[in-house]
Design a protein around this ligand. Structure first.
Ligand SMILES: [Zn+2]
Length: 103
């Protein structure tokens, strides 16, 4: 069981590295990186941190680069929320955020 956890941790680290790379490398490599990352996530059933989860559209499951393939807005209502709009399929995903300095 402990061993399994360590494997998961390593797998998660690998996925994060891949996604970081994907954000900073030309398109050709991005697809390969994303495919590998997706395979690892499914294989180990990883729970991705939000920063990485928001890189995938909830609707079309594609990799979306913030500012390029997706639009991120902060909601103006009382509840602080991020609105991530996928430019590929138009799906908007809302994520409630609590600020550290939340007043
Ligand atoms: Zn989408």
């Amino acid at each position: 069981m402990k061993k399994n956890n360590k494997t998961k941790q390593l797998a998660l680290q690998r996925v994060c590295d891949l996604l970081d790379n994907a954000l900073h490398t030309p398109d050709y490599f991005t697809i390969e990186h994303i495919d590998t990352a997706k395979k690892i996530i499914t294989k180990y059933r990883l729970k991705m941190p939000f920063e990485y989860k928001m890189l995938f559209c909830k609707n079309c499951k594609r990799f979306i680069v913030p500012g390029k393939d997706s639009r991120i807005r902060i909601g103006k209502s009382r509840v602080k929320a991020l609105r991530i709009t996928c430019k590929i399929c138009g799906h908007t995903y809302r994520k409630i955020i609590k600020t550290k300095y939340g007043v």
